[in-house]
Structures are given as structure tokens and as C-alpha cells.
Design a protein around this ligand. Structure first.
Ligand SMILES: [Zn+2]
Ligand SMILES: [Zn+2]
Length: 334
């Protein structure tokens, strides 16, 4: 099979992903073999490639995988040959630690991420435990479904953790793959959404998707926001978000890693009045299982830009430069 493999940590500008030929993996007991149709690209891949996260090298990246079941390990009961499935970031958990037992499997002491600690979807085939694959709503095409699996499911978790209530105001900082899905859920819940992003095209997309206001990251909107979600890799954004956050409001930081440090916070001006800051780590299976039917019910309309598998380096460079509208998706060769 063809696969784009990361062998060593490097700036993405050096185009470190290499196309190689590998044997098709064999599913072990309870695993399914999936013929990958498309795989979304995500900022987490940039963190892995550039060393802010430590993947098990060499690795096949990619954790927004859509494909069809083409092989069954012994004992598989949940899927049949030909079923369409999605695979997300959560690849395996121990099921025994206190985080797992208490329903916080995203914090599992042995959490493994797809395309990081196990091979992912930048390849024609992948294997996964049947317990970590999801049926996908029919109304989405393969490439529309891909960004729902991380950008969407994590975005949904961000929204839940923000504590936003119906008809409250929400601020989104950065407007990439995840935010452009989150805005559609928030609108569906009757929230008023304010979008802060540098790119004019991103601001236009935000308005098209129903933002009541869109401006730059340092701009002050006509009204404060009850909750905010920061999708940017920039430390400074945390201060910008706290500045426009209403008293008692919560800021959720939705990224795995910031590229630079968060500057000192003036407590009296920015954090007092019972404001909160919370980060988000990983997703649970429940996040994906709740979000996918909701996405179909709304329905979410993902904006997708497709690339070929061999264009993965180029697509990730565009992602780093903020030049992808909506979500980027890699299509596998036939
Ligand atoms: Zn992701
Ligand atoms: Zn665990």
C-alpha cells in the first residue's frame, strides 16, 4: 500500500513526509482492516511533525479517517465487510485506570492517539479495534465526514466544556476546520457567535456561516462574550480572549500545543471577576458518538478542500499558513 510516512521530526517546510510502499496491515483479534478513502489533516499533525508532540517514529499520521471495512480479525462483532466507518484520534485506552473508570477516558494514563502512537490514515489501509471505529451518518460524503471526526468531535467537546447555554454569546478565536463546525452547532443551539481571526477570507466564511460579528484578534466587539474558545497556536490570543470575556465567563483553550508561551496575565484586569481558563485534552468515544448524529441532524455543512495523498506536505504547509478554508482532506489513490 502507498503511505505517507514521518520518519523524523522536522519543520514542515522541509516536506518531511515521504511516500513509501508498505505491506497492507493484518487485523489482529477484534480489529478491522479499513480501506481508507479520505483522511482529514489537523493541526495536531503539525505538532507531531515539528516535535511539540512526540509520536512513535516512524509513523503514518492522520486521525480523521473515513473508509470501508475490508478485513475482519477474529471475534469482530460490530462491523461487517463493506461497512463505512470513521476513525478518530482516540485509538486505545486501558479501561482500568481511575480516569477510564470515572468516564474520563480522554485522560487515560495509557491514552494512545491514532496517527501518533499507532499508525493512522495517511495510507491506503489501516487497522483499528472495532471498539474505536464509528458508523457514519449517510448524509455526509466521505470527505464531508472526515473533518467531523476531529475538528467536529473535539469542537463539540470544546463547546460542552465551555459551559455555553442557549442564547448566550460565544467568541471563537481563530477560524479553521474546528471553528467553522463549532459555529454551526452554536447557531443551532441559539447562541450569538463573535469571530476573531486575522484572515479576511476566514472572516467572510464566518459571516456566511452566521457570525453576528467578525474582526481581528485584538479588536473589541460591541458586546462581551459569555464563553470563548481559542483555536489558535498563538500564546497572545489567551490575553485577547480574556479581555472580551464577560464576568464569570470561561475560556476554553482548544489546542494541543501553543507554538509560543502565554504572556503574563494581569490578574486584576483580565482574570478576576470569576473568569476561568480551561484546556481540552483528547476526546472520548462518547464525544464522537454524540456528535456524529447531531451533525447529521443540524445538518453541519463542512467546507472541504481536497488534496491528493502525495500532496500531504503541501497541504500541511497551507494549514500552517492559515490558507485553508474550512477543512483540508487527503484523498487516497485508488
Ligand atoms: Zn485532530
Ligand atoms: Zn485508562
Amino acid at each position: 500500500m502507498k503511505a505517507m510516512v514521518l520518519k523524523e521530526i522536522s519543520p514542515i517546510e522541509k516536506e518531511p513526509l515521504q511516500m513509501v510502499d508498505l505491506p497492507v496491515p493484518t487485523p489482529r483479534p477484534k480489529e478491522i482492516l479499513v480501506k481508507v478513502s479520505v483522511c482529514g489533516i489537523c493541526h495536531t499533525e503539525l505538532d507531531e511533525i515539528e516535535g511539540r508532540l512526540q509520536p512513535n517514529l516512524p509513523v503514518i499520521l492522520g486521525h480523521e479517517i473515513v473508509g470501508r471495512v475490508e478485513g475482519l480479525g477474529s471475534g469482530v462483532a460490530k462491523f461487517a465487510l463493506g461497512d463505512r466507518v470513521g476513525i478518530a484520534w482516540i485509538n486505545s485506552v486501558c479501561g482500568k485506570c481511575h480516569f477510564c473508570v470515572e468516564g474520563n477516558e480522554n485522560l487515560c494514563l495509557e491514552y494512545k492517539g491514532t496517527g501518533c502512537h499507532a499508525n493512522g490514515g495517511y495510507a491506503q489501509y489501516t487497522v483499528v479495534s472495532e471498539d474505536f471505529a464509528y458508523p457514519l451518518p449517510d448524509r455526509f460524503s466521505d470527505s464531508e465526514a472526515a473533518p467531523l471526526l476531529c475538528a467536529g468531535a473535539i469542537g463539540y467537546r470544546d463547546l460542552i466544556l465551555s459551559g455555553i447555554k442557549k442564547s448566550q454569546t460565544l467568541g471563537l478565536f481563530g477560524f479553521g476546520a474546528s471553528a467553522h463546525i463549532v459555529i454551526q452547532v452554536a447557531k443551532y443551539w441559539g447562541c450569538e457567535v463573535y469571530v476573531f481571526t486575522r484572515g479576511e477570507e476566514h472572516r467572510n466564511l464566518a459571516k456566511k456561516l452566521g457570525a453576528v460579528w467578525a474582526g481581528g484578534p485584538e479588536e473589541i466587539p460591541p458586546q462581551k462574550v459569555n464563553c470563548a474558545i481559542d483555536f489558535t497556536p498563538v500564546g497572545e490570543t489567551v490575553l485577547n480572549a480574556l479581555r472580551v470575556l464577560e464576568k464569570g465567563g470561561r475560556l476554553v483553550i482548544a489546542v494541543v500545543r501553543k507554538r509560543d508561551i502565554i504572556p503574563p496575565i494581569n490578574y486584576a484586569q483580565l482574570l478576576w471577576d470569576e473568569k476561568e481558563i480551561k484546556s481540552v485534552a483528547n476526546i472520548t468515544r462518547n464525544d464522537a458518538q454524540e456528535f456524529l448524529p447531531l451533525a447529521a441532524e443540524i445538518p453541519i455543512i463542512p467546507e472541504v478542500q481536497e488534496f491528493r495523498l502525495d500532496e500531504a506536505n503541501k497541504a500541511l504547509i497551507l494549514l500552517k499558513e492559515g490558507k485553508i478554508q474550512g477543512a483540508g482532506v487527503l484523498r487516497m489513490p485508488k
